[in-house]
Write a protein that binds this ligand. Structure first.
Ligand SMILES: [Fe+2]
Ligand SMILES: [Fe+2]
Length: 360
């Protein structure tokens, strides 16, 4: 066979394979198996001061008759349009619930967390499986997958919270289910039930856990105190003092698909850079500083949201005050599936910090 005949036969074979809905692995192997994780989107940052005025305008336009029960705005990564997701597995949004408003009960296969960004406290709560979870500022609330939940703001003040859902992952797995609720969706429980019964102590055998995630409200005052108790520790070289919100039923991550963390960066603290196969969305609770992601510096201030895509080098640099970051990562998914990998950054000169090419 001459080279010309060979090329002609190979081309004909490829064409017939395509017609038979088959693909030649010898031709496409590098598309099936890459040497490094492929990241399909870039890091991004949303400034609080840019997006909150838009949410307030929605507060006037999107009335209860016009769908106010979902008055939330997604953080859409420009590379992940039109799927309305922030990372490839996590979607965050800011939601505004005005004074006196409520959202009816429902449940879905996607798990969700809420982080109370702006709240003056009082009778504003999400009811999860019949239990009212009050939302003081910076509290974390969970609505694990398939749990009934509804929102009520009985105060005279608006509340803004950060939502984070795993629906991009659920949709990738084609497992989305949604059910609206009617009447009493779950037996009512006393206020504070979960935190009283399932905190440090648990009923030994006589009252089995009603849910796989018994602790569903994590007050900020307790997290902040827990961080303060570690003031003398060095913490993680990549994150400073960082704590995970733990599921006390199994000592596992906050939710099977999303681990929530809070971290305290001390004045002028600068962390080393690393990357992992997980993706993380950050919300700035307090303080100002920057995070360098793949060589680009993203400056952040309170209320800002930014995303670190999977397999992207990143490091944090704090300003001269205390900074607190809240974050949601898909790390539990990657660990569960045996796909979690992490790599420390080492520059040619041996440095563990990235050179900054450009400012955001
Ligand atoms: Fe929901
Ligand atoms: Fe990290």
């Amino acid at each position: 066979m001459t080279p010309v005949e060979f090329e002609a036969q190979l081309e004909a074979l490829h064409a017939e394979l395509a017609a038979a809905n088959m693909a030649p692995t010898w031709k496409y192997v590098s598309e099936f198996v890459s040497r490094q994780p492929r990241t399909s989107y870039r890091p991004w940052l949303w400034k609080w001061h840019d997006v909150i005025p838009l949410l307030m305008r929605a507060g006037d336009l999107i009335t209860p008759e016009r769908g106010a029960e979902r008055r939330s705005m997604e953080h859409v990564n420009p590379d992940l349009k039109p799927f309305y997701t922030t990372s490839h597995t996590i979607a965050t949004a800011f939601q505004l619930v005005r004074a006196g408003e409520s959202a009816p009960a429902h449940r879905h296969a996607a798990a969700a967390i809420r982080f109370a960004a702006k709240s003056r406290g009082g009778t504003v709560y999400t009811k999860v499986q019949g239990e009212r979870l009050y939302m003081e500022e910076n509290d974390l609330l969970l609505t694990p997958a398939w749990t009934w939940h509804e929102h009520h703001n009985e105060t005279a003040h608006d509340i803004v919270w950060l939502d984070a859902l795993d629906f991009p992952l659920v949709n990738l797995l084609q497992a989305s289910v949604f059910e609206p609720g009617e009447g009493e969706v779950a037996p009512p429980k006393a206020d504070g039930h979960s935190n009283r019964a399932f905190g440090l102590f648990r009923p030994a055998g006589w009252a089995p856990y009603p849910e796989s995630h018994p602790l569903i409200r994590y007050p900020w005052v307790e997290m902040r105190q827990a961080l303060a108790n570690l003031a003398g520790e060095r913490g993680s070289r990549y994150d400073g003092l960082i704590l995970e919100y733990v599921n006390p039923a199994n000592s596992g991550p906050t939710l099977p698909t999303m681990s929530c963390r809070a971290q305290w960066l001390r004045p002028n603290e600068a962390t080393d850079a690393h990357r992992a196969t997980s993706s993380t969305v950050y919300y700035v609770i307090a303080g100002s500083g920057s995070t360098v992601i793949d060589g680009t510096r993203f400056d952040w201030a309170p209320g800002d949201v930014f995303v670190v895509p999977n397999w992207s080098w990143h490091e944090h640099r704090n300003g001269d005050g205390d900074a607190y970051l809240f974050s949601i990562t898909d790390e539990p998914v990657m660990k569960l599936l045996g796909m979690y990998r992490e790599q420390p950054y080492v520059a040619d000169d041996g440095s563990h910090r990235q050179a900054v090419r450009a400012q955001f």
